[in-house]
Design a protein around this ligand. Structure first.
Ligand code: ATP
Length: 358
């Protein structure tokens, strides 16, 4: 029987629509080739343009509209005409937090044919998964401003760590590490400076990790972790960190693996109660918007993660193999990967590879 999945596509801002459009072309090609599943895609025009017309990033009942989809395929949110805290909080974070997408999973690999800015690294030197807590911590939204505009003004952002929130993300990362070949987990913290919430992270991890004797565990302060990523990349496998720490580490990771344009991410609601969301790690990149040169590979890889999540493992594996052939042959690559192809030409080549054409 042919299964049908309902996908909500939110292209959003900047280069979001350019790369999501290409991602949808690839997904269509895959479904045509394989014929064993269908994607019913509904596109939502939410984002900063929508905000400029309606004074909100999505309709009041936006979350209700998304609730029954099997997955969300997201581009980016961010526009110089809209304050960042509005574009981020009223769309992407509203979805992640309301749909309890607590596990932000960011695979980082040096794909074949891609060179890292690091010297002497081979393809297998960088094969990491960064697990980011995605619903609380430094992004809890707790805080405020007092005496606004006066000399005595105070601005507060309060990191909120809950025992249940910390425990579930640590368990997720431990399980993920257990499922991988090397079974290694680096636990990132900053409990020397942040002596309350982060010390609670440490305490919870001390307890939980005793259940995972088969996982090879080490601990790093987040500042030292940046150095290790640069100097000893092959020592890393799975990494777990707070919302802000992992966000910063994963931008560094993306650059070390070749370009921000390659890296994918998934925002998972592991219980399956709500839809999960898949997006390239990069943002709206307004400097290259409309030029047709955005790298769509991060979006293709995110599509691959979405197919895995939907249980279409064969389709996901065909797509990943085609992405790796695309980077390995180095014939048609975008400018951030030292090629000269347009976004649509990269997609055309990938579709040819999927279809088995030379
Ligand atoms: P936002 O504020 O939405 O996060 P940003 O422009 O500040 O967006 P990114 O979109 O993450 O940040 O990108 C930083 C830079 O990396 C961009 O200015 C762009 O030059 C480059 N870049 C990002 N994504 C891509 C891509 N897919 N293809 C090519 N270059 C990219």
């Amino acid at each position: 029987m042919v299964k049908t999945f309902k996908i909500a596509s939110i292209p959003g801002d900047g280069i979001g629509p350019e790369v999501i459009n290409e991602g949808l072309r690839v997904l269509r090609a895959l479904t045509e080739k394989l014929g064993n599943f269908l994607l019913e895609v509904e596109v939502f025009d939410w984002g900063s343009e929508y905000f400029l017309k309606n004074n909100k990033m999505m309709p009041i009942d936006g979350l209700k509209q998304l609730r029954d989809f099997d997955a969300i395929f997201f581009g980016s949110a961010g526009d110089p005409r809209v304050p960042d805290h509005i574009s981020l909080w009223e769309l992407r974070l509203a979805i992640c937090q309301s749909f309890d997408q607590y596990a932000n999973v960011r695979p980082v690999r040096l794909l074949p044919g891609i060179s890292s800015p690091l010297k002497n690294v081979s393809t297998d030197s960088i094969d990491w998964v960064i697990v980011r807590e995605n619903t609380e911590g430094e992004y809890s939204g707790a805080g405020g401003r007092v005496h606004t505009g006066h000399p005595e003004e105070v601005g507060l952002d309060v990191s909120v760590f809950t025992r249940s929130g910390v425990e579930r993300i640590q368990r997720f990362a431990l399980e993920l590490a257990r499922s991988r070949k090397r079974k290694k987990l680096t636990f990132v913290t900053k409990s020397n400076a942040q002596r309350h919430g982060m010390v609670m992270w440490d305490d919870i991890f001390d307890n939980l990790s005793t259940e995972y004797g088969d996982v090879d565990i080490d601990r790093m302060l987040v500042d030292a972790m940046t150095t290790r990523m640069v100097l000893n990349p092959s020592s890393i496998d799975v990494v777990v960190a707070t919302n802000l720490h992992a966000d910063i580490l994963s931008d560094l990771a993306a650059a070390l693996s070749g370009s921000l344009g390659i890296a994918p991410t998934s925002n998972l609601n592991p219980s399956g109660e709500f839809p999960s969301m898949f997006e390239p790690i990069h943002g709206s990149a307004f400097d290259i918007m409309g030029k047709g040169i955005a790298n769509p590979i991060g979006t293709f890889w995110s599509a691959c993660m979405m197919l895995e999540h939907l249980g279409e493992h064969n389709a996901a594996s065909e797509l990943m193999i085609a992405i790796e052939r695309l980077t390995e042959e180095r014939k048609v690559l975008p400018s951030d990967l030292q090629g000269n192809a347009l976004t649509s030409e990269v997609t055309d080549r990938l579709i040819n590879l999927i279809m088995g054409q030379n």
